[in-house]
Ligand binder design. Structure first.
Ligand SMILES: C[S@@+](CC[C@H](N)C(=O)[O-])C[C@H]1O[C@@H](n2cnc3c(N)ncnc32)[C@H](O)[C@@H]1O
Length: 171
């Protein structure tokens, strides 16, 4: 039997009807600067059933408004008010695992990362400066996506999307 391309109506029927908080997987591009990357990550959140956490600042509100192509289907967003480090520490105190996505020594290679068995916050770094050193050292684990090309790193939205798909058990 040959595959048939799904129609927009088929796809709509297969999707969820609301973007409520699932409370198990949050991507935290707390240092990501570019709106196109935030918009791309938002679409991945929708696809895998994850939430997004971003600082509650003018920059992030404007970037998400411009980068968002989902409109009313936008997934759950946790607005981080005040200090980002304090927000991350609070999450950890509440039992969340903090997973930094970064090229780092002794990081877990992506193929060895299994679906997440506990609530997890996924930390993504700034396009030029990466995840702050303090969080690479202090995260519960660090995951690295192996690369064999000549570039130093992947685009942050690509890296975040690959990790989210693994954690959600969809890849
Ligand atoms: C363009 S990279 C930042 C590179 C930056 N020059 C640095 O020194 O960290 C932006 C972010 O994407 C993620 N990233 C990109 N490639 C990655 C890889 N191969 N493995 C894990 N994370 C990666 C990390 O979160 C990183 O902080």
């Amino acid at each position: 039997m040959s595959p048939r391309k799904l129609s927009p109506a088929d796809l709509r029927q297969a999707r969820r009807s609301s973007g409520h908080c699932h409370g198990t997987l949050i991507v935290a591009p707390l240092w990501v600067a570019y709106q196109v990357n935030l918009g791309t990550l938002l679409r991945t959140c929708d696809a895998v059933g994850a939430c997004m956490a971003v600082p509650d600042t003018e920059h992030y509100r404007a970037s998400l408004a411009q980068g968002d192509t989902l409109g009313r289907r936008r997934p759950c967003i946790h607005w981080v008010r005040g200090n980002r480090d304090a927000w991350l520490r609070r999450r950890r105190d509440q039992g969340w695992r903090l997973l930094a996505v970064e090229l780092a020594e002794d990081a877990i290679p992506l193929p060895r990362l299994g679906p997440s068995a506990q609530p997890t916050v996924v930390l993504l770094g700034h396009e030029h400066h990466g995840v702050p050193d303090v969080w690479v050292e202090d995260a519960d684990a660090c995951v690295e996506i192996p690369m064999c090309g000549r570039g130093a790193s992947l685009n942050v939205a690509v890296a975040g999307s690959l990790v989210l798909y693994r954690l959600a058990g969809l890849a």
